[in-house]
Design a protein around this ligand. Structure first.
Ligand code: KIV
Length: 271
């Protein structure tokens, strides 16, 4: 039996209760109305308007160019497409790192203009002042540790993080700091499964894993990856539940052929 039985929208409190009840949280990314509506109707708990929109929608190499205005535009479409899922919006690069006042201004703008239920931001102890400022204003915040794509130029690689003891110890300290600062949940991206298990056991807020093993309190994937629409990377943590890219390819080839062969439109498809 699910913690969330009502037809009302999932809240951050429901997500916290799911950890307490041992119910796993299912989360995916969404960037537009049509996909959001499909994922919502299929029963997803959380839709993340991720700044991965920069990669899979806009075609940038990294998430760094994404702006607050772009996040709001996509989040508005996702909110319009959902009735049940909690919608969380990523705070893009430099929208929360400069100072806590700026972070609150940007988080508030995102919440006011998109209608979403929470924001997510990357980083550990360094972002605690921003998280405190945002949560004290009544805005729920999801944290994000491990492979944080906004720091890709510092990491230099998309390889698994925190394999060494020092980085693993720091990640546990960061997770506890995010919990104390008021986060309602935290994403753990591309870290060893054993470490994610340890973090999950040591904090009371839910951990949502992406490439972080089975012991997290929930899982998240980029929808375009798991649906087989985005082929640029094939990380081993992505299970492809569909090959929509292949279906699109075959559909478009059939359409082009039909148009060229004058097989489309038919009489029935004409007025
Ligand atoms: O932007 C994004 O899609 C994310 C997920 C990978 C968690 O942050």
């Amino acid at each position: 039996m699910s913690v969330h039985t009502a037809s009302r929208r999932v809240t951050t409190q429901v997500i916290r209760n799911m950890k307490a009840a041992g119910e796993k949280v299912a989360m995916l990314t969404a960037y537009d109305f049509t996909i959001a509506r499909l994922l919502d109707a299929a029963g997803i708990d959380i839709l993340l308007v991720g700044d991965s929109v920069g990669n899979v929608f806009s075609g940038y190499d990294t998430t760094l160019p994404v702006t607050v205005e772009q996040m709001i535009y996509h989040a508005q479409a996702v909110v319009r497409g959902t009735e049940r899922a909690l919608v969380i919006v990523d705070m893009p690069f430099l929208s929360f790192q400069i100072n806590p006042e700026d972070a609150l201004k940007n988080a508030g703008k995102i919440m006011k203009e998109s209608g979403a239920g929470a924001v997510k931001l990357e980083g550990g102890e360094f972002v605690v002042p921003a998280i405190k400022k945002i949560t004290e204003a009544g805005i729920p915040v999801m944290g994000h540790l491990g492979l944080t794509p906004q720091s890709i130029h510092q990491f230099g690689t998309y390889k698994v993080r925190a394999k060494e003891k020092a980085e693993a110890d720091k990640l546990i300290i960061d997770a506890k700091a995010l919990e104390t600062a008021g986060c309602f949940a935290v994403v753990l991206e591309k870290v060893p499964a054993e470490l994610a298990k340890k973090v999950t056991a040591s904090i009371s807020i839910p951990t949502i894993g992406i490439g972080a093993g089975t012991d997290c309190d929930g899982q998240v994937l980029v929808s375009y990856d798991m649906l087989g629409l985005f082929n640029d990377f094939h990380p081993r943590f992505v299970r492809r539940y569909a090959e929509l890219g292949e279906q699109v390819d075959s559909a478009i080839k059939s359409y082009v052929k039909d148009v060229k062969d004058k097989n489309f439109p038919s009489k029935e498809e004409s007025y």
